[in-house]
Design a protein around this ligand. Sequence first.
Ligand code: GZL
Length: 323
Amino acid sequence: MRKRLLCALCVLLLVMLSGCGREKEEPADSKLVLGFSQIGSESAWRIGNTKDIEEQAGAYGIGLMLENANQKKENQIAAIRRFIAYKVDVIAFSPVVEDGWENVLKEARDAGIPVILVDRDISTKEEGLTTCLIGADFYKEGVMAAEYLIRKVDKLGLTRVNIVEITGTKDSTPMLQRQAGFMATIAGDERMNVLESVDGDFLKSRGEECMRYFLDKYGDTIDVVFSHNDEMTIGALPEIEKAGLAPGKDLIIISIDGGQEAINVLKEGKINCVVECTPKLGKALMETALRLKNGEGVETVIHPEEQVFSDEMDVSTIAPRGY
Ligand code: GZL
């Protein structure tokens, strides 16, 4: 008898536990719960992106479960699995790199939870594992950076420029696309000579190390620094000055993101061009999540409008950036 009672209690416990997390049959007007896996806090851009998503979730009355992965893909995968277990309505994430997401995204699909890509993309063989990509057109950012350089070289009447590139996180969408857009645009222009590209991982400290490496190796033969984000650019500048060179004058400095710190340095004349990459993706994310919850169609790609700030304009007119 005692044995049967014990077994019955175990079964009851298992049934109760299997229903852990939210009940999917919630009232139709219940608050949308969005699980968001954020890459980390590696840059002013990333911090601004997180802040905007939190603010917009509040503005739209959406329950946000935001987890910071500290740059680790395995932490993002674990977070997505927690969101699935909790039965959130929608999952969103900014993939630190493009590959390795198939399995966890199939688990989300099997759980009937739609997934939105924010900021960066993934490279999956199987279609339909995500619903929408909300983020910049990184290839176009690379093109805009190169188009500025071509105009600058034309204006200075230079016949040859030696370029060094400090890239973002290896195999991330912004790194791959910014480099592709930049290189494709300068290809065929005999004046453009790319000396070397080095991975700066979007980090200020790595930008400093990369610039020190370039200066030790190439010295004052460097004419152009193309850096994939402001953090690495800001890290590189003091190394240029320690070498007795004036950034923005002896070297053409091109950066991407458009955060306040870089714009301030642009205004000081130490950076020549900053291509905007807005982190303010929260509004589009919340509107897309609500449409998915309501069973409405969504666009497959949403690119924000972006501009170029440079020494070709009256930089004193640039409004505060908010990140
Ligand atoms: C771009 C974003 C990049 C930024 C970096 O959308 O993925 O990651 O350019 C950030 O500052 O680290």
